[in-house]
Write a protein that binds this ligand. Structure first.
Ligand code: ZN
Length: 108
């Protein structure tokens, strides 16, 4: 038994809960030289981690299967409409600047 975080209704026992991603944020990780160590033969070699940019989960919610299905359908629709089309940009400097919020609340 749990309370669905989307419709706020208590679910019947033995109803499976689905975790849905409600919010994401753009994230950028700098490259880390010699971050990975691997043994090759007898020698310990180190390799660089390239770093990268993308989106990471900012908020998740436990939802009932019905709500989750509805939510995911709505999210796919918004994605198809091109609401989240912008690609995360890799900036060369390692200084983390506060980025403008990429999340645009659906205005419809
Ligand atoms: Zn629900």
């Amino acid at each position: 038994m749990y309370r669905c975080e989307l419709c706020n209704a208590v679910q019947a026992p033995r109803t499976p809960a689905v975790k849905v991603v409600v919010e994401t944020r753009p994230a950028e990780y700098p490259s880390r030289p010699k971050a990975h160590k691997m043994r090759i033969g007898r020698k310990l070699k180190s390799f660089d981690d390239p770093g990268g940019a993308g989106y990471e989960i900012a908020r998740e919610a436990f939802a009932c299967p019905r709500c989750a299905e509805e939510f995911l359908a709505k999210q796919a629709e918004a994605e198809a409409a091109g609401l989240f089309d912008e690609e995360p940009q890799l900036t060369p400097d390692p200084v983390r600047e506060p980025e403008p919020a990429a999340e645009t609340p659906a205005e419809a």
